[in-house]
Design a protein around this ligand. Sequence first.
Ligand code: FAD
Length: 407
Amino acid sequence: MNALVPENAADITYDVIIVGGGIVGLVLACGLLSSGLRIAIVEAKTPQQVADRLRAYALSPQSAHIFRALGVWEQIAPAIAHFPKVVLSDADYPHYVEFLPDDIGEPAVYYCAEHSILVQALQQKVATCPAVTCWYETQVVEVSYGTDRATLMLSHSQQPERTVAVNAALVVAADGANSQLRIGEEIKTIGWDYWQSCVTAFVSPAPPHQNIAYERFWSSGPFAVLPLPDNRCQIVWTAPHAEARAIAALPSTQFIAEMSRRYGNQASDLTLLSAPLVFPVRLVQSQTYCKPRLALVGDAAHCCHPIGGQGLNMGIRDAAALAQVLQTAQQQQQDLGSLVVLKSYDRWRRYENWLVLLMTDLLNRTFSNHWLPLVTLRRIVLHGMITWTPLRQLFLRLMTGLWGRQP
Ligand SMILES: Cc1cc2nc3c(=O)[nH]c(=O)nc-3n(C[C@H](O)[C@H](O)[C@H](O)COP(=O)(O)OP(=O)(O)OC[C@H]3O[C@@H](n4cnc5c(N)ncnc54)[C@H](O)[C@@H]3O)c2cc1C
């Protein structure tokens, strides 16, 4: 892994420069490993800092398919939880929906992986390929988009005064929710802030969790329990902003008492393993995912409510789709940065992501609510999913990414 951008980097024109070496940027790089394209990753942090985020993700079977195709699943699978069951319930309503692997013909309903496990597996995969150059601790100072290439001015955090110019046919913004590249190109976004924030913490339940995941809807917001190896779970607890901040500030015994009330009686004794963290929740969708010589992927393109664990899964599908579009364009000797090529990625992913964003919004608004007609309606739908398998299967296919055009 290269640390400093060498002076002679300007002599090389890369095919693709990916700004952001998080999971989505790394998935794109892995997806292009066998293409023969010359790729560079620009990441502001060190590899260790990128991996160090204290978060676990609900991973969909579709993301698992993509990791298999990238050749990293063998390494990831033993270190993550495989859910044999996901239980969906509505507050104190005694009936609940159980989703099983048979509902979608997959080995597991969902998976849960820690950030560090995914990042390290992908970083190692990328490091095996000489066609990929990684510049860590490197900032993008400026980007200019020309007719035949884009030029990025880069600086290393240890020598900020020294800038080096690098050129690429295509720049991919995988630089997260506050994407410098998206903002710099004035790509407009549509969206809204929710009235809720999300509290996450790691806990250990007694008795053991048996890899069963729970999503329970309270009128203040959804409460998810995501099992992890070693009998740990991540909870993702959504509540109105002030309530979420107050919950996170509680002394640990009171925090556990409040959490236990929402957790349900599948755990009688909870041990808190990490300090709670609070995240504001918002929905963001870019009006376009491309401009000439620029494409957006992952949180740089969209952000959603954590309900149903969709954000990263959407980003992984973006990266896989873009890798496919670029490989096809390369085979047809097209210009990778041209709008003709990038528009086919934009059309593929932006409309599918709209559907997921609106579905998470609808779910959150329908369930974070105690208006009686809506409570009655959603309980009828829940009951329908319990008794009518095709409805349950349809819902699960929508939530697991096993619909639409598969990359
Ligand atoms: C509480 C919470 C729970 C969540 N749970 C789930 C879940 O269960 N399932 C799920 O699918 N999703 C979940 N998400 C969403 C998920 O976290 C994001 O969608 C995902 O992390 C986005 O990945 P990314 O690679 O696009 O961006 P990021 O993870 O933000 O990575 C961006 C990278 O770019 C680098 N960077 C930024 N700017 C620059 C720059 N100018 N130059 C160079 N490098 C730069 C950053 O250092 C970083 O490494 C959750 C989100 C939250 C807040």
